[in-house]
Design a protein around this ligand. Structure first.
Ligand code: ADP
Ligand code: TRP
Length: 337
């Protein structure tokens, strides 16, 4: 039996559950884009459409979300020569591995999953799929012998559970010298927490998002809805206690941050009163400019969907070859071959 490969591989998945917002960008996509240039090994990114089925039950919406997400990645700079971008459901080996892992995963492990408990508390019906979500995620990671998984804070526990499942599988089957599965590490993003317009974590499920491709008047309107306190215009403001400033920091250089923090503390800019309205204008201008090129590429891809489809198909073929090798190795290890 041959063991897991020693190659370095980055893998991450993102659910196609709606339009991409600033939390998704700074929490996930931005570092995915950086890694394809910086990481010495391969980068694999996929659209977790099977995971999305635990919450999205609308075929047309799902198809649209998958396409939009793929187009967003390409518009944000994913280079198909450097990284793979594929649909989770185009690699059936992953569901095969899910079953193998399920047989070595204790109920207790899944019952401890914070994200499952949160979703149920929020009123989501607890399907078996939602409960076993972490096993499918573990299969996603383990199928490609991934060594590093960049994620936001909320997904760290899932990567730790993946390590537990891989350890259980390796202990049950395979030899110590050549373990069947590779244990991955997680890597936290630089901006693990982006606040939404109401001050809670930015999330589709809270309806407090700012979409990355919103621009012009619509963007200014949305930024205008960010919660602020009722400090009168011209009074000093606290930049360290402001969602507007927290978001501004994501786009600004250190010098710009220091300059604008100065306006906040003085309640003035160039001798004129400075209030939250002015800060919001600065923020909207930053967001608009930051995504201008990506927005143009996104519009182009929306008009040429076959370009997106080509990338998804070619990447899936390469990803499948990797996953097939892992699943065959695991099947042999547990006596199915
Ligand atoms: P949502 O909460 O909007 O449904 P997802 O759960 O689909 O977002 O998250 C997709 C990716 O974006 C994950 O890697 C997650 O960690 C990251 N992410 C989502 N919201 C935020 C946020 N507010 N701050 C930082 N990262 C986030
Ligand atoms: N559960 C992740 C999320 O909601 C998406 C995901 C699915 C994922 N499979 C993965 C992330 C594998 C990293 C690795 O954000």
């Amino acid at each position: 039996m041959t063991g897991a490969t020693k190659r370095q591989r980055v893998l991450s998945g993102i659910q196609p559950s709606g339009l991409i917002h600033l939390g998704n960008y700074f929490g996930a996509i931005q570092q995915h884009m950086e890694l394809q240039h910086e990481f010495p090994g391969e980068c694999l990114y996929f659209i977790a459409d099977y995971h999305a089925l635990t919450t999205v039950h609308d075929a047309e919406a799902l198809r649209t979300h998958v396409f939009d997400l793929a187009a967003t990645y390409l518009a944000m700079g994913l280079d198909p020569d450097k990284a793979l971008l594929f649909r989770q459901s185009d690699v059936p080996e992953v569901t095969e591995l899910t079953w193998l892992l399920a047989t070595v995963t204790g109920m207790g492990l899944l019952e401890r999953a914070v994200s499952y408990k949160d979703k149920v508390t929020q009123g989501l019906t607890a399907s078996v799929g939602l409960f076993t979500y972490p096993i499918l995620m573990a299969a996603d990671i383990l199928a490609y012998d991934s060594t590093m998984v960049p994620v936001g804070k909320d997904q760290v526990q899932h990567v730790e559970m993946t390590r537990d499942m891989a350890t259980h599988f390796n202990e049950a089957y395979g030899s110590k010298r050549k373990p069947a599965l590779t244990l991955p590490r997680y890597r936290l993003s630089h901006a693990p927490y982006v606040p939404g317009i109401d001050g809670r974590k930015m999330s589709k499920s809270y309806g407090n998002t700012i979409w990355v491709f919103r621009a012009g008047k619509a963007l200014r309107k949305r930024v205008g809805q960010i919660v602020t306190d009722s400090t009168p215009m011209g009074e000093p403001l606290d930049p360290d206690n402001s969602v507007v400033f927290d978001l501004f920091k994501l786009f600004a250089s250190e010098a710009e941050q220091a300059e604008v923090a100065g306006y906040f503390r003085a309640g003035a800019r160039d001798g004129q009163p400075f209030g939250y309205g002015h800060a919001k204008q600065l923020l909207a201008a930053k967001i608009d400019a930051h995504f201008a090129d990506a927005r143009a590429r996104y519009a182009e891809l929306q008009a040429n969907p076959e370009r997106v489809e080509d990338v998804l198909r070619q990447s899936a073929a390469k990803a499948r070859a990797l996953a097939r090798a892992t699943v065959d190795r695991c099947k042999r290890a547990c006596g199915l071959r």
